[in-house]
Design a protein around this ligand. Structure first.
Ligand code: LLP
Length: 417
């Protein structure tokens, strides 16, 4: 366990959370290098013998230090903006291991990605395809594309992170797709390379994947029969992890077995785009209790971390583990509503959470925060932007400094009038 208790104290690898808080201040994100790599290796090992490229979904955690270690360990990258593309390149991902998804690519975005020489554009609409053709032709370049297919399956996840239903904005509808490939084959500057899907995130059941894979498999065969070259099959990401409220998680091994069962020996290169399942369990948000407030019938544990630091509970009603940094087996337990200081009722991490009694100044860790944590953080309420720390064994390094209030004030300007 890279993140767990040693002698009653929460550790990230060999360092105590308490010491890290002292050194880097509160709140701060801390990631375990070993856990990040273990998660990647789980995919890589399960993919042994398959021609598969594991492209980390950069949106889940785009810190350069995290990206760099995934790049060095042989991963590719899935990006959804040129900002992410620039991060991936800066972190050392070879351009030909980067795929680019997203429904709103601008001409400038396309030009940048074309010049960089990325592996694949995942195209989500006919106007995007036409625009990409124009941009590529003007540059005298060729865009390798996959059409993102919307397989119309219900991923059984939170409505804000489901993407594979017909009513979602993503991909080309199942019925339209052959037409779009026919158009792609005609357009200058476009080279059809593969097919793509991504049905949603925090998926905790294999059934939606099974349904979608079956459709993709049939589609690949149909497209090949129509004479299109299909060299890559991009299956997206979405594998869920075991948050405290998840009924179950799908194991990477079971997921990869399903991938193998459908797509091994098709002569195609497989592309996977996992984000959460690579990063979530490798991170914690460390923070402190500011106040214990007695309300009528309720006790509030007011932390110094808030929804601006970790948005998931406020945005999706997500539940994260909350761990005391120091265990005190002799203490009585208490039910708390764990909240942040931001002036919104939504700034609540957990309701009715049972924890050992805690006092102001004592430290708490919010678990499973390595994915969609720091990347979604903001300075809302003019709070400092939360820093990030990477731990490896007994070493730690600040990988993003805290952006303090003075610096934020300097971002604004007074007008002349
Ligand atoms: N590929 C594409 C095209 C995606 O849109 C996503 C995530 C992924 C891959 C990676 O999915 P993952 O393996 O991480 O599930 N902010 C939300 C999650 C949004 C996911 C958006 N797309 C959250 O905090 O739960």
């Amino acid at each position: 366990m890279a993140i767990g208790y040693q002698q009653q104290q929460l550790h990230i690898e060999q360092l105590s959370a308490q010491d890290l808080l002292q050194q880097y201040g509160s709140p701060c994100y801390v990631y375990s290098k070993a856990q990040l790599l273990t998660n990647l290796q789980a995919y890589q090992q399960a993919a042994t013998g398959l021609d598969a490229l594991i492209c980390f979904a950069v949106k889940a955690n785009s810190n350069l230090a995290v990206l760099q270690l995934f790049a060095a360990a042989g991963a590719g990258a899935d990006v959804v903006s040129v900002g992410e593309l620039q991060r991936a390149l800066a972190a050392g991902f070879a351009a030909n291991r980067i795929v680019y998804s997203g429904v709103g690519k601008t001409k400038t975005d396309m030009a940048l990605a074309l010049k960089a020489g990325i592996l694949q554009f995942n195209v989500e609409s006919i106007p995007e395809l036409q625009r990409l053709s124009e941009v590529a032709t003007a540059l005298g370049l060729e865009a390798a594309i996959a059409i993102r297919v919307n397989p119309d399956v219900d991923a059984g996840t939170h409505e804000k992170i489901a993407t594979g239903k017909a009513e979602n904005k993503f991909g080309i509808s199942w019925q339209q797709v052959e037409q779009v490939y026919a158009l792609a084959a005609e357009l200058p500057g476009i080279r059809i390379q593969g097919v793509d899907m991504h049905i949603g995130s925090q998926i905790t059941d294999l059934a939606p994947y099974q349904a979608a894979f079956q459709r993709m498999l049939e589609l690949v065969e149909r497209l090949q029969a129509l004479g299109h070259t299909i060299d890559t099959i991009d299956l997206g990401g979405g594998l869920g992890i075991l948050y405290p409220d998840a009924r179950q998680a799908v194991s990477i091994d079971d997921y990869m077995a399903l991938v193998r069962q459908h797509f091994a020996n098709k002569g195609c290169r497989l592309i996977l785009e996992p984000g959460r399942s690579l990063a979530a369990t490798a991170g914690v948000l460390l923070c402190q209790v500011e106040y214990v407030k007695q309300g009528p019938g309720k006790t509030f544990l007011i932390l110094d971390a808030a929804m601006n630091d970790l948005l998931r509970p406020a945005m999706y009603g997500a539940v994260h583990a909350i761990w005391p940094v120091q265990l005190h087996p002799e203490r009585a337990s208490q039910r708390y509503d764990v909240v942040g200081p931001v002036c919104e009722t939504g700034d609540t991490f957990s309701m009715g959470q049972t924890l050992p009694e805690l006092a102001p100044g004592e430290a708490v860790a919010i678990g499973q925060a390595g994915a969609y944590g720091a990347v979604m953080a903001s300075c809302y309420n003019t709070r400092a932007l939360v820093p990030e720390v990477l731990v490896s064994g007994q070493q730690s390094a600040l990988v993003r400094r805290r952006i303090e209030i003075e610096e934020q004030l300097s971002w604004d300007q007074m007008p002349d009038f």
